[in-house]
Ligand binder design. Structure first.
Ligand SMILES: Nc1ncnc2c1ncn2[C@@H]1O[C@H](COP(=O)(O)OP(=O)(O)O)[C@@H](O)[C@H]1O
Ligand SMILES: [Mg+2]
Length: 200
């Protein structure tokens, strides 16, 4: 099978070949070579580790072992990217999906995994399951604040991309998120984060 470029981003190129995805962190020629390699190596390693961890507890692609320092090889999730498809479903179905999203985030936060980029572009719907991808901005943290900010980013994404029903969708996410035993604290902090009008 031939290789297909799925996305050419600022940081990485996403290639599809034989039902496998390769995320290749590309060279940044404006950086000093040694520093550039160090950064790409660190980010790739961190993302790989988070994917390994996350894929044990939620639906996420489990990366294959690979020697190359700047690449992640993982299964291709052949489904529907949520950013492009969520709005096409009935509101009931959209809410169902968002409740599942909330439940999945609850599991990640229970394990102290902060995704870091919770947008519907990083979620794929396949057979009524939601797969989470792109842990490139993720990290491990126990802090309630970090978990609240994670949810805040999702709220902003819903508001921007799925604005017609975003309030109801957020409500459904929060409903699902209540499976996390510390959810009350996080949701309270989310309100405080928003009152403050900043989150860093
Ligand atoms: N494992 C995968 N299965 C299916 N599609 C993927 C997979 N990984 C990446 N993609 C596709 O490539 C796009 C970019 O990948 P992503 O990891 O989000 O990179 P970026 O950090 O550039 O956003 C995703 O939005 C998705 O469409
Ligand atoms: Mg992405």
């Amino acid at each position: 099978m031939t290789q297909k470029i799925l996305q050419q981003g600022a940081e990485a190129v996403i290639l599809l070949e034989n039902n496998l995805i390769t995320k290749d962190r590309i060279k940044k020629s404006y950086r000093i070579k040694e520093l550039d390699e160090k950064i790409r190596k660190q980010r790739t390693k961190a993302e790989k580790k988070l994917l390994e961890k996350a894929s044990k507890i939620i639906n996420a692609p489990d990366p294959f072992p690979l020697k190359e320092f700047n690449k992640i090889k993982m299964p291709f999730i052949d489904g529907k990217k949520l950013s492009e498809n969520l709005d096409s479903f009935s509101l009931e179905k959209q809410k169902e999906i968002c409740k599942i999203i909330g439940k999945e985030i609850a599991k990640l936060h229970e394990a102290d995994i902060i995704h870091g980029d919770l947008t519907t572009s990083n979620m794929i719907l396949k057979n009524d399951l939601i797969f989470f991808i792109d842990f490139g901005l993720g990290y491990i943290s126990r802090k309630i604040e970090d978990k609240a900010v994670d949810l805040h980013l999702l709220k902003q994404a819903l508001e921007a991309k799925h604005f017609k029903n975003w309030k109801e969708l957020l409500g459904a996410v929060e409903k699902g998120y209540k499976h996390y035993k510390e959810s009350k604290k996080v949701l309270e902090r989310l309100k405080a984060v928003e009152k403050r009008g900043r989150y860093k």
